[in-house]
Write a protein that binds this ligand. Sequence first.
Ligand code: GLC
Length: 566
Amino acid sequence: MPVSDFISVSRPDAEWWRTAVIYQIYPRSFADGNGDGIGDLVGITARLDSLASLGIDAIWFSPFFESPQKDAGYDISDYRKIDPLFGTNEDFYALIERAHQLGIRIIVDIVPNHTSFKHAWFEAAVAAPEGSPERSYYHFLDGKGENGELPPNNWKSIFGGSAWSRVKNADGSDGQWYLHLFDSSQPDLNWANPAVAEEFDDILRFWLDKGVDGFRVDVAHALVKREGYPDADDRDANGNVVPISTMTEEEAERRVPYWGQPGVHDFIRRFRRVCEEYEDRAMCAEASMSPLTRLAKWVRPDEYHQSFNFDYMHSPFEPVALKKIVTDSLVEYGRVGASSTWVLSNHDGVRHATRYGYKHEDLPAPGDGIGPNDPKGDEALGLRRARAATAFMLGLPGSSYLFQGEELGLPDHIDLPGEFREDPTFARTNGERVGRDGCRVPLPWEGDANAANGFSANGKSWLPQPGSFRVLARDKQEGVVGSTLELYKRLIKERKAYGLGSGAMAWAEEYQDKNTLAYVNNGVLVLTNFGPDPVVLPAGEILVTTQHDLRIEGELEHNETVWVKL
Ligand code: GLC
């Protein structure tokens, strides 16, 4: 068979993370066990069997540590304690045990870039005098201007507004400014202070001792800030952020003095050394670095085990762009000995079932959402493409991350009214950017339950669900031929059966035209038709199709993927 110039061979399954299907649980929206309308650990444990039947290998939990919940738990006030909102540490230990019995590994989310303003370190820092050891846990600087009334530099918060806020002195007068790349309730830690790194060694060991299998590391590229805190030069004339992928590496380091600074790799290596005190533990970096040549530096053999492939997630649903990203990913990650990851949705952006119902150029910037006043997309087309895209992804070698609810084909709740929106982006931009709540809506479990579709026994739900969730509830799809849930189960099962996660993959040019993309992995042909017209279906045993559940004959329809055993 003619193949393209490129072949990937992944390493065997010995290192589980290289091939795993990892399912992201967003704890507040998975299942509510105590009826307060917010998901919790007891609720999750009770539903773990449903994840075992889906066939996943590991769960990544978004943070459930003690937190004032100003950024849905990404603002931690105690790294060693489960927030009472979600349960107790003992609930989590019971969950780990049950998951391990089911053969599911557990990854927790570690947030080393910033704490909550309610963390004891920050409270001590504010109470302590300027220049004290307590203050040196964070970035406290004097302001500019005659009386220090201006922020120390021009850095902007990712959530909108300045990245600096001013504290009051004990006598009530205005004091120094502290840095927060996110909300003002999330002060950035100062990793130039060795005490901070030591604290995190202990935090990692604390959870590793409890049996967690790894960490997802939040904003992993931001820990080091450029010496002297120079102004950023990362906006165009209209004030829009210039993507770092358009800058050379040196230029990016200079113009964006808080992303991807060279010193960050020392801390990654330090995390890695701690993980290696234990067996079989892995870390995945959330490092928004692009292009992939740059991102690959985060996963060199002594750094993170893997990193999210955001270029893949943000790619349009279109063969030319996807082919390039997949090739680049396998080549660039492969060059440093790492496996690639693939991801289509997470808690920080519009779900792929909704995204693909829009023209790519009409989508909000990554990390933002779609609101009630925005144009509506084509939901049916979005779901159809999402299924095709998932089947394309799950056939690739490497590991894949799934976001809870995508196995049900859930869309974003774009009509969610402003009064319910909790993402700090919404408030910090006066609703101009609606933020990420639309993808964070609680899951529907039983479509005939009186309210909240079985999310909570009494129907409470911290965000209301859209009407469409009823028919998409898990029990409406369980065992139903052609449902999105059954499609995911089948894909994961066949992926395992044919060892696709660790497979040898090559592009299969002979099945490709301008509207299709095809590859062969371990003898399985994966063909996606991105175009409007049907294409000829290759000969062979059909393992999965995303529209007809094996009843397909002769043609692969528009926006459809097929897996064929050649
Ligand atoms: C990461 C998280 C996001 C959070 C931010 C600040 O990007 O995924 O949800 O708001 O970090 O912690």
